[in-house]
Ligand binder design. Structure first.
Ligand code: HSE
Length: 430
């Protein structure tokens, strides 16, 4: 029998336990595909006594997670603890320094320290693998790094957070509140340890950085990314978007614009029947435009135990059979520092939601501000009447500079009639 590929597993939460389940259930398949058995040699997690629904008795228990970096005869360390700093980051660094391959699902770590870690891996002749870090069970890293390698990538659009997509879909389908649906997503194991990472767009932004790095050959640069989450989206927005023929999606956009790269994460309206509009529930999707391949769409479950663990194990199979690639598809030393486009200069149609008092002159005041900012109204809806009380007014616009829309929102917010912060969302006609 060929020598087993021995791994040390750090983290036994949702994903870690999923990795154990796959290796235990599908070991015979993995062995055929990898050309050798994949064997868990050691595991480490915070609490040894917790029942995780898997039998760990055959594996060595390592008290100090960091010890896996030097643990005897390991071929790879699997890090599924999470967090851009602390024990996960220490373990990944120490393992790579030892020339030990690392498989991780840690998108925060890669988005913030990916350049440093990829350089370290290259220097030490180790591989840094992270299929599970982006879009859960969708093999998008392999697709971007290998399947699309013939192309110059022009744009990447992604629905990259399962929790947000689940919340937006369920709110639309049931009319239930944001908080109520978020709790359900947490109970199903989709959400991050801190769900603010999901709903404020941070988790999705981490993932977009990683895709942009591979797609454009640039250093992952989380700090340069403009990010907005979905906390402010309410059932009024969802209902009007549907009426106008759109879905609201937390959309990551990375595209070439005039020699620069635009990188933004924000809720957008997309046509209901578009490649992104049809992606519901916990599904993620990545829509890529390459110069020869045109526009493939990749989709699948973006969160949850099975899909995420499936991606971790796919990396292990690659490593076990000797398939080696640089972390971001090219040698780390060749990754460029990107020149980022200013999101304020992007031009889009907008959806604008106002809560204003129902009284004479309000629309005149609002439209004067839009006129002064050179914003042309495409449509305007105010339904019902409630004299003297707040009512929603929904406006859609022609193509507008982002900075002009933001400036108009600030001025509208100062009007006496305006009782809530105006909310503007791009309309992306994908
Ligand atoms: N919390 C993430 C999501 C899953 O909801 O998509 C792991 O990245």
């Amino acid at each position: 029998m060929s020598k087993p590929f021995r791994i040390g597993l750090a983290g036994l939460g949702t994903v870690g336990a999923g990795v154990v389940k796959i290796i235990q259930k599908n070991g015979h398949l993995l062995e055929k595909r990898a050309g050798r058995p994949i064997e868990i040699a050691a595991v480490s997690a915070k609490d040894r006594t917790r029942d995780r629904g898997v039998d760990l008795s055959a594996y060595d228990w390592v008290e100090k997670t960091g010890d896996l970096a030097n643990y005897k005869d390991l071929d790879a360390v699997v890090e599924v603890i999470g967090g851009s700093e602390g024990p996960a980051a220490d373990l990944v660094r120490a393992s790579l320094k030892n020339g030990r391959h690392v498989v991780t699902a840690n998108k925060a770590l890669l988005a913030l320290h990916g350049d440093e870690l990829a350089n370290l891996a290259d220097e030490k002749g180790a591989c840094l693998m992270f299929e599970a870090a982006v879009a859960g069970g969708v093999p998008i890293i392999k697709a971007m790094r290998e399947g699309l390698a013939a192309n110059e990538i022009k744009s990447i659009y992604g629905i990259l957070n399962g929790t947000c997509n689940y919340i937006l879909t369920t709110m639309r389908q049931t009319g239930r509140s944001f908080d109520d649906v978020l709790k359900e997503a947490q109970a199903q194991g989709y959400a991050e340890a801190d769900p603010a990472f999901d709903i404020d767009g941070i988790d999705a932004a981490h993932k977009l950085c990683i895709l942009a790095a591979i797609g454009f050959g640039v250093k992952p640069d989380f700090k340069s990314l403009s990010i907005e989450g979905i906390r402010h989206i309410n059932t009024t927005d969802i209902a009007y978007a549907t009426e106008f023929g759109y879905r609201i999606k937390l959309l990551g956009i990375a595209r070439r614009e005039n020699g620069k790269i635009l990188q933004v994460m924000e809720p957008c309206l997309v046509p209901i029947e578009s490649p992104m509009g049809i992606i519901d529930d916990v599904y993620n999707a990545v829509y890529v435009e390459g110069d020869f391949v045109e526009t493939p769409l990749f989709t699948g479950k973006g969160a949850g135990q099975g899909p995420t663990a499936s991606s971790v194990v796919s990396d292990l199979i690659d490593l076990a059979r000797g398939h080696r690639l640089p972390a971001f598809g090219i040698p780390a030393k060749d990754l460029k520092a990107a020149v980022w486009a200013d999101p304020g200069e992007t031009v889009n149609s907008y959806y604008l939601r106002l809560m204003v008092l129902d009284r004479a002159g309000v629309i005149a005041d609002v439209s004067a501000i839009l006129r002064d900012k050179n914003i042309s109204i495409e449509g305007l809806v105010q339904r019902g009447r409630d004299p003297g009380q707040p009512v929603p007014v929904i406006i859609t616009t022609h193509e507008t500079r982002h900075a002009d829309m933001m400036a108009a929102c600030e001025l509208i917010e100062k009007l006496d009639c305006c009782v809530e912060k105006p909310r503007a969302m791009c309309i992306e006609e994908l």
